[in-house]
Ligand binder design. Structure first.
Ligand code: TIU
Length: 233
């Protein structure tokens, strides 16, 4: 795709999308968080709040891939021996079933288990890095920063779940490392609609203190426009 900056409508002001220096980062679209019968639903959460993000993410991912731009996926989870699982994370929630225990789709949030994997609709293709992260933020204890630096990436389009937990944590981590983040409101979701709304407000408040908030249709439109321009030239 042409290496020119495109002004995208966003809040609190337009995002200067630079396709040559931007990656799509899809956070934790994992079966255990999204699928009926998974760990998230087992804890009493309304997974439909997350599932509404699948279709916009699928459309965006198709357009992003067609434009030949880089995409990375993350998964939250732990080593099968659980040596990277903080005891506090294991204990918190006081649930009868917790991380590492047998769950509806294998051991809960353990790498290699079916429930830990990414949903079929957004499954990574060969050549798309998958970042396995033990924390909520995608930069903590991972090689994400190194991978982005080696490819000259300065901007991230961030989607996935959940808005106020792993998406917000990752955007804050990215902000402190010098990345500009555009979060797409229809492509992120929370089990709690009020936290979703506030999570987005927190990002764009104070002149975009952590980044920008936009939507997938605007970005897909820009990608399509670029393609038309390239065909005509
Ligand atoms: N990916 C992510 O956000 N992990 C969580 O644990 N989220 C909750 O909202 N619990």
């Amino acid at each position: 795709m042409a290496n020119k900056v495109i002004e995208l409508a966003a809040e609190p002001y337009p995002f200067a999308f630079d396709p040559g220096r931007c990656a799509l980062l899809i956070i934790d679209m994992q079966r255990d968080f999204l699928e009926p019968g998974g760990f998230g639903e087992m804890l009493g959460n309304d997974v439909s709040q997350l599932r509404r993000t699948i279709e916009p993410n699928r459309r965006l991912l198709a357009a992003w891939r067609a434009a030949g731009l880089p995409v990375l996926h993350t998964r939250e989870g732990h080593r099968p021996d659980l040596f990277d699982l903080p005891p506090a994370k294991k204990a918190r929630g006081r649930s009868a079933t917790s991380i590492g225990d047998p769950g509806p789709m294998g051991r809960i949030l353990v790498r290699g288990e079916p429930g830990h994997d990414i949903i079929a609709e957004l499954y990574p293709e060969p050549g798309e890095p998958v970042i396995d992260k033990p924390g909520k933020g995608a930069f903590f204890a991972t090689d994400l920063h190194a991978i982005l630096e080696h490819r000259g990436i300065k901007q991230l389009v961030v989607t996935g779940v959940t808005t106020e937990v792993c998406v917000n944590t990752t955007v804050r981590e990215a902000n402190d490392r010098g990345y500009d983040c555009l979060v797409l409101e229809d492509c992120v979701g929370s089990y709690f609609p009020e936290f979703h709304a506030m999570g987005l407000k927190m990002i764009k408040a104070q002149g975009g203190i952590f980044g920008w908030v936009g939507d997938s249709e605007t970005l897909i439109g820009a990608l399509a426009g670029e393609k038309r321009l390239m065909k005509a030239s």
